[in-house]
Design a binder for this molecule. Structure first.
Ligand code: SF4
Length: 389
């Protein structure tokens, strides 16, 4: 039974980047000088505020995730201050997972050793590709050589738990480019890898170029072959697919992200960060809020009021059930039918009668108390997920 005092996850958003990649719709900003000290001070203040509230007081942390933007633009000293404060305000669970996203080219070996000494125990490297024409197309500021160096340094610094992001299905990428990327990634014996197919997001330079016909998406059958190649190569190397875009060896799943996909509570601090907390009253089942996105305005708000929330909404049972479905079905094992009934008092089919048809079409299956997408269903996951929104 949900008591409201379970351990939760903390997300820390560092919104600064060295340059803006043309496909990126994250809350990331390029500024002449990153105000690292001021921003770190604001994060500490915001955390102190939340630690005094009923929602988070007295609860411990099971994971911390530094995401961005580019968190590796911040020094180990600043990351250490944030971790020290979060431990003193909330206290870390014994097996806490602490992840920091790092971009090749922004960090040297002293940085990685420093992050490790201050408590970071998982690094996620934004590699994207080892092919220079793909990196150039994606507007990445680092070279493949810098990625190789970053991966070597992460291992030398003693990180056993590390991950890397790859992007595939770029218009100028062939199946053999992708095969070379996978071979090279696997040569580092990664315990975790995220592989995303390129999506053209509204409001990005790629979207404008796509609309104008300057860049074209790959034909669907090539995208499917690429997705199949990713899964096959990673499975052969012992990395099991556990979420649509995530693969891991046993015991190395991202616990922070699994908490999102299972509908657990998380507190987000920093510019544009989202938070979610389950509640058990007034007919609502959850509450979500979002911080001011623009870093300068976030800093002003924190300076004045200690919090920077711009949007807050109650999540009713119907919406919470839909979110539970589309987040849980991202995971390969799917959703537990017992857990769904416990939370919402009904079966998934009572909310979504289409489930019967999807099962008949071979897009979903129900086995041993779990409902999941089949391999065919995973290929068209987004067209199924829209039914839960
Ligand atoms: S480095 Fe990451 S967060 Fe920054 S602009 Fe590129 S994709 Fe976006």
């Amino acid at each position: 039974m949900f008591s409201g005092k379970e351990p939760f996850s903390l997300y820390v958003h560092i919104p600064y980047c060295i340059s803006k990649c043309p496909y990126c719709d994250f809350n990331s900003h390029v500024v002449p000088k990153i105000p690292e000290m001021e921003y770190t001070g604001a994060l500490l203040k915001e955390m102190e505020f939340h630690a005094r509230t009923e929602a988070w007081r007295g609860r411990s942390l099971k994971s911390v995730f530094f995401g961005g933007g580019t968190p590796s633009t911040f020094s180990p000293a600043s990351i250490g201050k944030i971790l020290e404060k979060s431990d003193s305000l909330f206290s870390f669970a014994k097996d806490i997972e602490i992840t920091l996203e790092a971009n090749p080219g922004t960090v040297d070996s002293a940085h990685f050793s420093g992050y490790r000494s201050c408590g970071v125990n998982r690094i996620s490297i934004g590699a994207q590709s080892f092919q220079s024409h793909v990196l150039e197309f994606l507007g990445r500021v680092h070279s493949a050589g810098e990625t190789r160096q970053a991966l070597r340094v992460v291992q030398q610094a003693g990180f056993e738990n590390f991950s890397m992001d790859l992007i595939y299905a770029c218009p100028n990428q062939s199946l053999s480019d992708l095969r070379r990327d996978l071979d090279e990634a696997l040569s580092f014996h990664l315990p975790h890898l995220s592989a995303y197919n390129l999506t053209i997001e509204e409001g990005t330079p790629f979207h404008i170029q796509h609309q104008a016909g300057i860049i074209r998406s790959l034909p669907e059958e090539i995208e499917i072959s690429m997705a199949e190649l990713v899964e096959e190569a990673l499975a052969k190397a012992g990395l099991e697919r556990y979420e649509i875009s995530n693969y891991a060896r046993a015991g190395f799943h991202s616990r922070h992200n699994v908490n999102y996909w299972q509908g657990g509570d998380y507190l987000g601090i920093g510019a544009g960060a989202h938070s979610y907390k389950r509640i058990q009253n007034s007919g609502a089942l959850g509450c979500r809020w979002q911080n001011e996105k623009i870093p300068g305005r976030y800093l002003e708000r924190i300076g004045r009021e200690e919090r920077a929330v711009v949007e807050e909404e109650k999540i009713d049972a119907g919406r919470a059930a839909g979110e539970f479905m589309f987040l849980g079905l991202r995971m390969i094992r799917g959703i537990s039918l017992a857990e769904f009934s416990r939370r919402f008092g009904k079966k998934p089919r009572d909310f979504y009668p289409q489930i019967g048809a999807w099962i008949k079409e071979g897009l979903m299956e129900e086995k041993a108390g779990w409902l999941r997408l089949t391999p065919r269903g995973l290929l068209v996951a987004n067209s199924i997920f829209v039914n839960f929104v």
